[in-house]
Write a protein that binds this ligand. Structure first.
Ligand code: SF4
Ligand code: FES
Length: 247
């Protein structure tokens, strides 16, 4: 395939950025999107030009590092992570626009890399989980109903990629936060700090400048892990309970 790539280039967080256009040939439909960018970077380096900076780590859809707006869609045209998107989703002659996540809470560090440490601070604000010291307890000594366990497990598949924020017109991190609140709050082990956790995380979310949820649903449509909107209901329910009981 021959492609025209329009890529956001920005030397640093304080430098002005802009779209640069590159022609790239020899792209196989079996390549992943990141392998296609690797190919572009090899060409740029060979020509003595600065390669395009982008985030990746596992390249298996589990770490949440890859984070690109592709033709205006978070992670591109398929419901998956950028690293699991394959070039067979595009065709010869296509023009592909590649930008970093667009959210003021995720400032650009360089080119396509953004700073998502606001997510770390939200998790940190949730505090610790109480756990007794000593050897791990026998699993069946803390019974968890199967439906709760499955709900918690599904919520725990959130990889913290930030696509929900990038897709949301309000720049809200409610889906991410709801996933964290749900996977801890559904299980018996998460109960001791359940309500102080939600108060701490929501306060940090608002302090960071993420917007509020207005039930638009773009977040869940863009989420590569299919986190459902009902985690936001659980977040709001726990927050209301916490407020009523003065946490
Ligand atoms: S909720 Fe989905 S889109 Fe948001 S950070 Fe988690 S995995 Fe990514
Ligand atoms: S590089 Fe790890 S999820 Fe994409």
């Amino acid at each position: 395939m021959n492609l025209t790539l329009k890529i956001w280039r920005q030397a640093s967080s304080s430098a002005p950025g802009g779209i640069h256009t590159y022609q790239l040939g020899g792209v196989s439909e079996d390549m992943s999107f990141l392998e296609m960018l690797d190919l572009l970077n090899e060409e740029l380096v060979t020509k003595g030009e600065e390669p395009v900076a982008f985030d990746s780590d596992c390249r298996e859809g589990i770490c949440g590092m890859c984070s690109l707006m592709i033709n205006g869609q978070a992670h591109g045209p398929e419901v998956t992570t950028t690293c699991q998107l394959h070039m067979r989703s595009f065709k010869d002659g296509d023009t592909i626009t590649i930008e970093p996540w667009r959210a003021s809470t995720f400032p650009v560090i360089k080119d396509l890399i953004v700073d998502r440490s606001a997510f770390d601070r939200i998790i940190q604000s949730g505090g610790y989980i109480s756990a007794n010291t000593g050897s791990a307890p026998e699993a069946n000594s803390v019974p968890a109903p199967r439906d709760k366990a499955m709900h918690a497990f599904n919520a725990a598949t959130c990889i913290g990629c930030g696509a929900c924020v990038a897709a949301c017109p309000n720049g809200s991190a409610s889906l991410f936060m709801g996933a964290k609140i749900t996977h801890l709050g559904d299980l018996p082990q998460g109960q001791p700090e359940r309500y102080s956790r939600v108060v701490g995380m929501v306060a940090q979310h608002d302090h960071e400048g993420f917007g509020g949820c207005t039930n638009i649903g773009e977040c869940t449509a863009a989420c590569p892990k299919g986190i459902p909107l009902d985690v936001i209901s659980q977040l709001n329910k726990d927050l209301r309970t916490a407020m009523v009981h003065g946490f």
